[in-house]
Design a binder for this molecule. Structure first.
Ligand SMILES: [Zn+2]
Length: 275
């Protein structure tokens, strides 16, 4: 049996369905829009709110993959297209979405109200996170994600969060609860651009999938990759854990497109209840 077929069977058994070519468009704050482009080519650049967009293809048609920030107002929005001929605007519509509140109790109070001496570390890590978020690599985009961990969804993207009754930033990813030590698989081919231990996120890995599309894995028990490593889809990059600010062992998966955190479920056909 050819190696490729064996691999396909293996991944089908592991992850259920074959991977999607493109994510599901859901043009809401925290979602993504797929805006068809009038032309393709290396000299075409697309931007939303001055941030460069990934360009993806389906049936040879080019689309701008637009990550829509949670703070975006519903209504008509524009993206900018720059070509050799000049620039033009393309309109798309953002629909409203209301996110529910979530109240969590964290036993380690220091992770909710850090000590003064923790602040230097937190600020340093914020810079690292921002640098990773802004990473750009000019290469074809790998947007055909697979589910990284077998487990139960324990929290969804965008929930307005309260830790020990104190308001904090909305939930920036998808939580999949699984036993400590469960292997975490890379969602797609890519390259490790950041890996290390962070105050809130615990052991965390960022993988670049091309043109600003990045996956992020947090609270890991163990990291098995390092910055600069080339990763294949499905490769084990570490194990599920409970490092950082958590209530129990789980994988926090986040997806970044055009420097914007978006709902990972739009990329995970198998888990998406709205598909
Ligand atoms: Zn989370």
């Amino acid at each position: 049996m050819p190696y490729k077929i064996i691999c396909i069977i293996f991944f089908s058994l592991l992850f259920g369905k074959p991977a999607l070519a493109l994510p599901h468009a859901n043009p809401v704050p925290g979602g993504i829009a797929l805006v068809e482009l009038p032309a393709a080519g290396d000299n075409i650049k697309a931007y939303f709110q001055k941030k460069r967009l990934a360009i993806v293809y389906e049936n040879n048609k080019p689309y701008a993959l637009v990550g829509i920030p949670l703070s975006t107002r519903a209504g008509k929005q524009q993206l900018q297209l720059k070509t050799a001929q000049g620039s033009q605007q393309l309109a798309f519509t953002v629909k409203p979405k209301t996110y529910k509140a979530q109240y969590l109790t964290i036993k380690n109070k220091r992770k909710v109200n850090p000590y003064e001496k923790d602040m230097a570390r937190i600020n340093k890590e914020r810079k690292k996170k921002n640098r990773a978020k802004k990473h750009w690599s000019q290469q074809p985009v790998h947007a055909d994600f697979i589910t990284p961990v077998k487990g139960q969804i324990s929290s969804i993207f965008g929930l307005r969060r309260f830790f020990n009754k104190q308001p904090r930033r909305p939930h920036s990813g998808l939580d999949i609860a699984a036993a400590r030590g469960t292997p975490i698989h890379a969602v797609a081919d890519g390259k490790v651009i950041e890996a290390g231990n962070f105050f809130f996120s615990g052991n965390m890995v960022y993988i670049d999938h091309g043109q600003g599309l990045i996956s992020l894995y947090a609270h890991m028990n163990r990291i098995d990759v390092k910055v600069g490593d080339s990763i294949r889809q499905g490769q084990v990059i570490g194990l599920v854990g409970s490092t950082g600010r958590v209530t129990g062992p789980h994988l926090h998966l986040a997806v970044i497109a055009n420097q914007t955190l978006v709902d990972p479920l739009l990329f995970l056909d198998e888990l998406n209840p709205e598909k």
